[in-house]
Design a protein around this ligand. Structure first.
Ligand code: PEP
Length: 270
């Protein structure tokens, strides 16, 4: 299984000039590099999705089947979004639908990020509806789960992870396992400079595996990718992603610096 490395650009790149500068630097960093063991995804703000698609052109996965050999070989950077609504069409002012994202060339969507849960009161139920909406439209949900600092102090990490995973995957068919990504993102590690010890991350990964095995059965559960997110940097990649044998990483701040981001990709790829 290839390692999945996702850059979450959040609400940055405020103008077309900033966006193009970012893309220039990213292309420069990608030049001549190959990541045979990694699948790289960038999630820009909605307003930049089309420009990213055009600019990275063939390197971004079009609406082809993920199993298509050509697509796997020729595309180094795929496109993802940071959020989506659950419904495809209708009077939902201000929302963006799964089909819209699919038609723009997106392959992935981040769901239930801790910033959405915190600032926009996103619930497990909504994350579940959005996950189902994505899967129905051929988009791969990257479902973020993880405990807050207080929950960790109270020894509730496993309880929180269990609830979030079970709720997010309610009514999801096990045949979709291959399209699912669960991102273990301890909330206290996101946007800070603190990271969990490798054995803490490994324990979260094993718990997530156990829950999905209970839901889907072993054969299908093996296909779900479990990645880590929260202050991943060049310095912390080994401890947070490599040692606990995560299936990849979700990167916030350091994905805004293409040099750092690609260095992390290289570490995980090797
Ligand atoms: C994130 O926002 O998903 C994230 C992991 O951020 P950071 O890498 O900045 O902690």
């Amino acid at each position: 299984m290839k390692r999945l490395i996702i850059g979450n650009l959040k609400m940055h790149l405020l103008s077309p000039i900033e966006r193009d500068r970012y893309l220039d630097t990213l292309e420069k960093e990608l030049k001549g590099k190959k990541f045979p063991n990694a699948e790289v995804v960038i999630c820009p703000p909605f307003v930049h999705l089309e420009a990213f698609k055009k600019r990275l052109g063939k390197k971004i996965h079009p609406v082809k089947s993920p199993t298509s050999r050509g697509a796997q070989q020729s595309n180094r950077v795929k496109l993802g979004a940071q959020n989506v609504f659950s419904e495809n069409k209708g009077s939902f002012t201000g929302e963006v639908s799964p089909m819209m994202l699919k038609n723009l060339g997106c392959e992935y969507v981040i769901l239930g990020h801790s910033e959405r849960r915190k600032y926009f009161s996103e619930t497990d139920e909504e994350v579940n509806r959005k996950s189902l909406g994505c899967l129905k439209n051929g988009l791969k949900p990257i479902i973020c789960i993880g405990e807050t600092g207080i929950e960790r102090e109270m020894g509730e990490t496993h309880k929180i992870i269990t609830r979030q995973v079970k709720e997010a995957l309610k009514n999801v068919s096990r045949t979709k396992a291959e399209e699912l990504v669960l991102a273990y993102e301890p909330v206290w590690a996101v946007g800070s400079d603190n990271v969990p010890e490798s054995n803490e991350t490994l324990s979260a990964k094993l718990l997530i595996k156990k829950i999905i095995t209970g839901m889907f059965g072993k054969k299908y559960a093996e296909k779900v990718r479990i990645i880590y997110g929260g202050s991943v940097s060049v310095k912390s990649t080994k401890e947070t992603c490599v040692d606990p044998e995560m299936d990849g990483a979700l990167i916030g701040r350091d994905s805004l610096v293409p040099y750092e981001f690609i260095k992390i990709v290289e570490i995980i790829n090797n």
